[in-house]
Each structure stands twice: as C-alpha cells, then as structure tokens.
Design a protein around this ligand. Structure first.
Ligand code: ATP
Length: 368
C-alpha cells in the first residue's frame, strides 16, 4: 500500500474540496493511507503533523459541494528554491509519503513536475548528509506525482474544462441575472468586469449565457477600426427594438482593435457621452470564486480525483508527470509539462498580441 498525499495550490476554485474528498476516499478505498498537505507548498516546506495530516473517511464528509479549499492554499516562494524543495522532500519522507497529487494551476503543476524530476538528487543529498536513514532512502527512491486542474479561468491547455470554471461561470450568470432586473427597471446600461486574466473563456461564455449586448475579450480585439462606433451601433439598434437594458461584458485584459487596453471606465464613458445612457460599472471581483460547486464541477472533480489516485498507484512510465484532463467528455491522462508549455505559449502570444499564433496554438491541442 502507498501513502498518498493531496494538496491544493495557487488560486482557489469551487470543486477543489470535491477533488480532495475524492482523492482521500479513493486512496482509502484502494487500501492506501491518505494525507492532506495544508496550505499548499508552504505546508510541505514547513512539514510536521500540523501541515501534513493523515485524513480519514469522515474527515472529508460534507466537502463535495463546498466552495474554496478547506485544506488551504498559498503562494510559496520557498518552494521555488532548491533548499525549499529539499526541506519539502525531507518532510514528506518523515511523514512516510510516497505519492503526491496537486490540484492547482500551471504554476503549481510546474512545481510538482520539478519536484518529481529533482527527487532522486534531493534524496541522495539528504542521505549523504545523514538527514534520512538508508532505510528511508531505499523506500523513497521514486516520487509518483499527478496533477489535477483547479482554476476558475479555464485557461489550461490540453483540457476542455478546469475544476471550478463552470461554478464561476454560473456565479457570473447569476450576478448578471440580478443586474438585469435592476437595469431593466431603470433602463440602465451596465458594464460588467469579469475575471479570467489572459483568458476570455469566462467572459465569452457569460456573454452567450446572458445574451449580453457586447463584449471584450483578450484573445480577439474588435475587428472594427473603432470599437466605440461598432458598440454604439449595436447597442442603439438593440434599444431601437425596444430593449430596456444594456449589458456590456469586459474581460480582464480586454483590448481594442488598436491593441490598447479597454477598461470599464472607457466603455462607460462612450455609453454615456455618445448614447446618453445612464450607465453603471459593476466589477464582480471575488464573488466569482465563491459559493458552492455546481454539479458539473462536483462530478469532474470526483472523477478526476479517482483517476489521479489510479495514476499514482499504477505509475505512468509513459508520462512521468501526468495530469488528469477531460477531453471530449473523456477523463484522460496528459503530460502536464506539455500542457503547461502550451498554456504559457498561448498566454505569451496573447500578451504580445499575436492572435493568429494564439489561435493556431489552441487549435494544435486538438491535432492528434
Ligand atoms: P493560478 O492559476 O490560480 O494562479 P497557479 O498554480 O498557476 O494557480 P502560482 O502562484 O503560479 O499559481 O503557483 C502556486 C505555487 O506553486 C507557487 O507559489 C510556488 O510555490 C509553486 N510554483 C509555481 N511555479 C513554480 C516553479 N517554477 N517551480 C517551483 N514551484 C513553483
């Protein structure tokens, strides 16, 4: 039997608790001991029973729907240093852990891959300096790791959805539904900023799901020379057809056709000055991260948790650092290094405004 640990790292996302619950229960079900590392990599670097706790079946009761992550998450600079990873390695060996499952974004998974790759040299060093016994050294020669993707942004390559993105989308839609009522009553316009960093998925999907009048995303600047002309034309046409409200969604990182940033303030000014609309800005902020996980995220997190336990138990020589994805409704293993590389290349292409490259990189995901 193995001792399997799970941690959550990076930004929290609804469904992370469901993922932790599934991993702990699948591990116990398969005859293993299950552990949770509290507070992300910083818990691993600090070590000891406060941060690395054995978890029993009942410890995760009621976690399936809960938002956030009950085992905590953190950004940890120490883990980016070799000494920090060496401390983490020693703490894991002291706790008897031989497999690690990390639920997080691309940064967290990069850290997990580096840790696995470095593991043999870390334990050799710990053995040579007398920090671990020969028995411990022999018992912990390999570290099996696996990543699961927890992020509201749905910005990772090589998966169709990340754990949390559909909950966040549902929350955004609900908030816009609330705003719709008041907008409609006063015939107002609302400019709504949504999260997503360099990824417009949340904004685009919310635009479709709430029938927004206009939207701005980072990946595709308006093809019209002047977005304000185009937006005013569309909004005015909608109003002329009797629509009493206007909703414009602005993603974080949205840009105009001249590639300059578009802010909610810019959009509001145009709606006020050119169309005379009574306009308010609503920045949804961290509400987008909160609340229960929707059914899809609970299911995704549960199925991926079970698949992650299988991956660390079976070992995956063909993929040294696997992550669990969902592609065309199938739960599959993918090399996390490739996914991170592709994700970073897409983000870089968007940052440098090379949209054709960003699109071709995203399309390349689907080429076998
Ligand atoms: P989100 O997408 O929500 O930001 P993330 O996993 O990308 O999640 P990061 O802040 O990038 O979030 O990473 C979380 C933690 O993972 C970092 O604080 C650090 O401890 C670890 N980490 C990130 N990148 C590396 C790296 N290159 N090497 C080692 N550890 C890393």
């Amino acid at each position: 039997a193995k001792n399997i640990a799970v941690m959550t790292s990076g930004g929290d996302a609804p469904g992370m608790n469901a993922n932790v619950r599934a991993i702990i229960r699948a591990a116990i079900y398969k005859g293993c001991k299950a552990y949770a590392v509290y507070e992300g990599y910083s818990g691993l670097v600090k070590g000891g029973p406060e941060y690395i706790r054995e978890m029993h079946w009942n410890d995760v009761r009621g976690w399936l729907a809960e938002g956030g992550t009950n085992i905590g998450t953190a950004r940890c600079m120490e883990f980016k240093e070799r000494w920090g990873r060496s401390a983490a390695c020693k703490n894991m060996i002291d706790a008897g852990i031989d497999a690690l499952i990390v639920c997080g974004g691309d940064g967290s998974l990069t850290g997990a891959d580096l840790f696995r790759a470095e593991w043999p040299s870390l334990i050799k060093e710990l053995h040579e300096t007398g920090k671990i016994t020969t028995q411990q050294y022999e018992n912990h020669k390999h570290l099996n790791i696996c990543g699961t993707l927890g992020s509201i942004d749905n910005d990772m390559s090589l998966t169709d959805a990340t754990i949390g993105c559909y909950s966040s989308l549902a929350r955004i839609c609900k908030a816009i539904d609330y705003i719709d009522a008041t907008a409609n009553s006063h015939q107002r316009a609302f400019v709504i900023e949504v999260m997503g960093r360099h990824c417009g998925w949340l904004a685009l999907m919310a635009g479709i799901a709430t029938s927004a009048d206009y939207l701005f995303i980072p990946e595709k600047p308006s093809s019209h020379k002047d977005w304000s002309d185009h937006m005013c034309e569309i909004v005015a046409a909608h109003r002329a057809r009797g629509k009493r409200k206007t909703i414009v969604i602005v993603a974080e990182g949205a840009i105009a056709s001249d590639l300059t940033p578009v802010t909610c303030e810019d959009v509001k000014n145009v709606l006020v000055d050119r169309l005379g609309l009574d306009t308010r800005i609503t920045t949804l902020g961290h509400v987008q991260r909160g609340g229960n996980a929707v059914a899809y995220d609970r299911i995704l997190a549960t199925m991926q948790g079970v698949a992650a336990v299988d991956a660390v138990l079976e070992g995956t020589p063909e993929i040294p650092s696997p992550m669990i994805s969902i592609i065309e409704n199938k739960i599959v293993r993918k090399p996390l290094v490739e996914a991170v590389k592709l994700t970073k290349s897409v983000a870089e292409a968007i940052r440098s405004k090379d949209f054709a490259k960003a699109i071709s990189l995203r399309d390349s995901e689907f080429v076998e």
